[in-house]
Design a protein around this ligand. Sequence first.
Ligand SMILES: NC(=O)c1ccc[n+]([C@@H]2O[C@H](COP(=O)([O-])OP(=O)(O)OC[C@H]3O[C@@H](n4cnc5c(N)ncnc54)[C@H](OP(=O)(O)O)[C@@H]3O)[C@@H](O)[C@H]2O)c1
Length: 286
Amino acid sequence: MSISTLTLNDGNQVPWIAFGTGTALFQQDAQDAVKTAIANGFTHLDGAQMYENEESLGVGIKASGMPRSALFITTKLHRLQPDQTAKSALQVSLKKLGVEYVDLYLVHVPDHHAGRLKEVWKSMEECKREGLSKSIGVSNFEVEHLEEILEGAEFPPSVNQVEIHPYVWKSLQPVIALHKQHNIVTSSFAGLSPIFRAPGGPLDPVIEKIRARLESTRGEPVSAGHVLNKWLEQYGILVVTTSSKADRMREYLDTANVPRLTAEEIESIEIAGAQRHQKFFVCLIT
Ligand SMILES: NC(=O)c1ccc[n+]([C@@H]2O[C@H](COP(=O)([O-])OP(=O)(O)OC[C@H]3O[C@@H](n4cnc5c(N)ncnc54)[C@H](OP(=O)(O)O)[C@@H]3O)[C@@H](O)[C@H]2O)c1
């Protein structure tokens, strides 16, 4: 099954769903999980220097037997050491990953570069110009951070990867509006949080009602996770997820085959989501 793509503001294409090597795989060997994810259909792998497992991500990629050109590899810049730049940090990542280029390089956390964001972005632009990364972007950026690097940028960021689920949707509207203005693809992580990090919330009965409707329309099983990932997919949001289980990996990719949510169902998710504000990743500045 081929995975649909989103078009970035530099003309490159990105598969709409990625397999992540953070969270459950943070500082863990990612080789087997990555190999399993690729064998089950994932082509976009989301890594980061902070996860301290780029070597095993690279080994998993090699072991998959997939040609480099069929894969989309993302990594993210961590804090800079005094003698480092975004470019020299990427060169280290490329060695660890065992590849000549990545497809997407993101500034992971803006607060890691407080007061130096413009300078860091210049080095990110150099990575793109020199082909070390096909596209460049950011993560966890709020409006003020984006405005700082957009001013005078040669290349605007192509992606901003942020925590997205219905319990933060309302608070994200200003940053999403800025993404639209600059054709920045909105990318999500922690999308399934309402169902397994915070069960019992106002969203649960709404998700269950939609899940049951989709299952009866489809005539095949539909999960709560399908509903949340479908909601993201319909907005054209790039989904970054992960799993330790092959079945669940296939379920995530099967989101594309789930019937579309109606406008009323989308509205009901957002109304229920707005009843609670809960962010799960707030300690990213270490
Ligand atoms: N840029 C950033 O700052 C940032 C921050 C956080 C994460 N990320 C990226 O995003 C990736 C995914 O993050 P995430 O873990 O938050 O994604 P997620 O899609 O919200 O959650 C995936 C997790 O959900 C579990 N899960 C799925 N359905 C479930 C169910 N019905 N019941 C119980 N558990 C269920 C999976 O566990 P099983 O193993 O049991 O399937 C898996 O560990 C990370 O690996 C990383 O690459 C980026």
